[in-house]
Design a binder for this molecule. Structure first.
Ligand code: ADP
Ligand code: ASP
Ligand code: MG
Length: 480
């Protein structure tokens, strides 16, 4: 059976028009003899708005939280009405939407009394986004003649209990896929599931972290041994950099798993960092495609990408980082000293992105977070500590930088006007990363893009559809 997982992101299901487009894309795959499993995100911005509801309720703003929730209720109600014309089906769907929002409002009222938002309650609240979108989209597909069925992902994606960033339990997911998804496929149905959400073994709702619907798609694809995992989004594929920063960014036609994993980890939002893992394990190609331009061939992520004449495939940028400098005279090389530093980050469950050491100091970079004062406090017991936020990490990725002479000189010449704080060339030898001030990030990416993608290899990059570069003084657009 040529099974394919099709994951549609928030913009691909943002309103009735987008959902209709999605239905046509899925119908096209069915007509071509494929068996799709569809994974959908919440409608665009809904997750942010649910988090805003939770924040308002937890500071006691009951009215504000319920007003926000009421706006979300209307948006789902209106979209359902536009999608489902059959009066009986529409009434059933509307009733279930009302029930979901009534339950959400109960939680928000309770939260406004308790005034404490735990990660567990936060996951329960944000889960409504994907629960609502997936049920509505399954019904919309049926209205368009697609034989589809809604499957609650919380019965399939079993995870541990680390709320907000739960770790999937692969063996159980595989069992559940065989039990809850495979029979529908065998019956010729198209299962529609919400991304991002799961549950622990006690049945409590968890989530896989922001952007986690890509990960859901890959987990299901891996468990069901799909022939491909398709990530449908709002751009033509993985581009040479974020097109919001460089409108002349080029589509990368093909890229390796290893390169895509580096890019995703270092900030290319187009893919959730964990997406690649289940695909690598089973050697399943991942395709990144544009739901607004479905005939475009997108980006193919495979285990071995062909040789590329250009050194880099892509530039990623990750903002909102903090550099922590730990300075201890003469102690640094003492046995166990680095361990004691890293143990502190471990204790606070704070992942480190980049590390550099000198004779007396260790500098690390982490995502800016509210644990930093406590981490600095612990570190100050063994050394002098200072930390500075508003930093950005620029990461240039390409397998073909291996063994290229003079590549660092070319990189740093291109951004010689920018103050570079830390430099790292990963052990994988396929990325070069450095830290700069956040305010310099977009300009640095544009300069690097202009320097390295002037004459791109046409076998790897889509040069035919190149758009003009942004004029140099264009005000910058935020990238998240
Ligand atoms: P979805 O809602 O479909 O999951 P996301 O917003 O998570 O979509 O990811 C798509 C966005 O990722 C694009 O609109 C683009 O601005 C951003 N992006 C960042 N880096 C890249 C890149 N290298 N290639 C393509 N898109 C990128
Ligand atoms: N809706 C979730 C988010 O916005 C998951 C996703 O869209 O991938 O983070
Ligand atoms: Mg995404």
């Amino acid at each position: 059976m040529s099974l394919v997982v099709m994951k549609f992101g928030g913009t691909s299901v943002e309103d009735a028009t987008a959902i209709n487009r999605t239905a046509s894309i899925v119908a096209g795959r069915v007509a071509a003899g494929k068996r799709p499993v569809v994974v959908v995100s919440a409608m665009s911005k809904v997750t942010d708005q649910l988090l805003a509801c939770a924040a308002a309720a937890s500071r006691g703003d009951r009215t504000g939280a319920l007003a926000l929730s009421s706006r979300l209720r209307s948006r789902h109600r209106d979209t359902a009405a536009a999608l489902v014309q059959n009066p009986k089906n529409c009434a059933t769907l509307q009733t279930s939407i009302e029930h979901e929002f009534d339950a959400l409002d109960e939680i928000l009222r309770g939260l406004a009394v308790i005034l404490e938002l735990t990660p567990r309650i936060s996951d329960l609240i944000v889960s409504y986004g994907e629960r609502l979108s997936s049920a509505m989209i399954a019904q919309a597909f049926r209205e368009r003649g697609l034989n589809s069925v809604h499957v609650d992902s919380r019965e399939v994606i079993l995870t541990d209990s680390q709320f907000q960033k739960a770790i999937p339990l692969d063996a159980l997911i595989e069992e559940r896929c065989l039990l809850k998804v495979r029979p529908h496929l065998d019956a010729g149905l198209v299962p529609v599931m919400g991304g991002f959400i799961g549950s622990n073994e006690a049945g409590i709702t968890t989530t896989l972290g922001r952007g986690g619907s890509d990960f859901t798609g890959a987990l299901i694809g891996g468990a069901l041994r799909a022939e491909a995992i398709e990530i449908w989004t709002d751009v033509n594929g993985i581009m040479t950099t974020d097109p919001r920063i460089c409108p002349d960014a080029l589509r990368v036609k093909v890229i390796s798993f290893e390169e895509a994993a580096e890019l995703a980890y270092f900030g290319a939002k187009v893919l959730h960092p964990a997406t690649i893992l289940p695909a690598v394990r089973r050697n399943i190609p991942v395709l990144v495609l544009n739901s607004r331009n479905p005939t475009n061939e997108g980006t193919r992520i495979i285990s071995l990408a062909p040789h590329c004449k250009s050194p880099f495939k892509c530039i990623a940028v990750k903002k909102k980082l903090t550099i922590i400098d730990v300075v201890a005279s003469r102690l640094l090389m003492t046995h166990g000293y680095l361990k004691s530093i890293f143990d502190i980050f471990d204790k606070h469950q704070c992942p480190i992105d980049m590390v550099s050491t000198s004779e007396v100091s260790v500098s690390v970079t982490v995502d800016s977070n509210d644990k930093l004062p406590a981490i600095a406090d612990d570190l100050s017991k063994i050394a002098d500590v200072k930390y500075e936020g508003q930093k950005a990490l620029v990461c240039m990725v390409g397998e073909d930088i291996r063994g290229q002479m003079g590549i660092s000189a070319r990189v740093f010449t291109a951004i010689k006007h920018v103050n570079v704080r830390m430099i790292s060339q990963g052990a994988s030898e396929i990325n070069m990363s450095f830290m700069i001030e956040e305010e310099d990030a977009e300009e640095a990416v544009r300069s690097l893009h202009a320097a390295f993608f002037q004459n791109p290899d046409p076998a790897i990059f889509d040069i035919e559809n190149r758009l003009p570069a942004a004029p140099p003084l264009t005000p910058s657009t935020p990238s998240s």
